[in-house]
Unconditional design. Structure first.
Length: 171
C-alpha cells in the first residue's frame, strides 16, 4: 500500500494537466484582409455634396463626349444643367439652325455608341438649341459609376456649332 500515495499523486497531477488543458481556449483565427468582402469596407458618403460635371464653351462639328463619375455610395445623384448652342460663334444665331442632340449614357451605352452598335440612352434630347436638363441617375452602391454627356451636331448639318454648357450633380 506504499504505492497508494504515489498513485494518488500521479492521478492528481494527471487530473490537473487535463483540467488546465481543457481550460485553455484557442484564439479564433483572424480573417485576412483579402477575405473581407468589398461591401464590408466603409467609405465616406457623398450625400449632401455636389460636384461640377461640365462648365465649358466648345466647338461642335460632329460630336463631343464628356465623361464624369458618380462616387460610391451616392444614393440619389441628381444631374442638372443647361446648354445653349449657336451657329458659328457664341451669341450667333440660336434658332432651329443651331439645333443639336444631347444624350446621357452609361459606360455600356457609350461603348455601343462608339462601336456603332444600336443602343438606347438614359436620357435624350433629339434636337434643341437651348435646353434645361434635370435627371436622376441610378444610385452607385459600393462602386463608382461612369457616365457620359454626349453632344451631337444634327445629321447632315454642315455648319459648325458653338455650345455653352453648365452641368452639376447634387448628391
Amino acid at each position: 500500500m506504499a504505492n497508494a500515495p504515489c498513485r494518488v499523486r500521479i492521478c492528481l497531477v494527471l487530473a490537473g494537466l487535463l483540467i488546465s488543458s481543457a481550460c485553455n481556449k484557442s484564439e479564433p483565427a483572424s480573417t485576412p484582409a483579402a477575405a473581407i468582402a468589398p461591401t464590408d469596407h466603409v467609405s465616406p458618403s457623398p450625400v449632401g455634396t455636389n460636384q461640377s460635371v461640365l462648365e465649358k464653351t466648345f466647338n461642335l462639328k460632329g460630336s463631343a463626349i464628356f465623361p464624369f463619375e458618380i462616387p460610391a455610395h451616392a444614393a440619389q445623384p441628381h444631374l442638372h444643367g443647361i446648354f445653349a448652342s449657336y451657329v458659328g460663334q457664341v451669341h450667333g444665331a440660336s434658332d432651329e439652325t443651331a439645333n443639336i442632340g444631347f444624350m446621357i449614357l452609361n459606360a455600356e451605352q457609350n461603348e455601343a455608341m462608339t462601336s456603332n452598335r444600336p443602343s438606347e440612352a438614359l436620357f435624350t434630347v433629339e434636337s434643341s438649341h437651348n435646353q434645361a436638363v434635370n435627371f436622376d441617375l441610378p444610385s452607385s452602391r459600393d462602386q463608382p459609376v461612369k457616365y457620359y454627356l454626349v453632344f451631337r451636331n444634327a445629321e447632315g448639318s454642315a455648319s459648325q456649332k458653338v455650345v455653352q454648357a453648365q452641368f452639376r450633380i447634387d448628391f
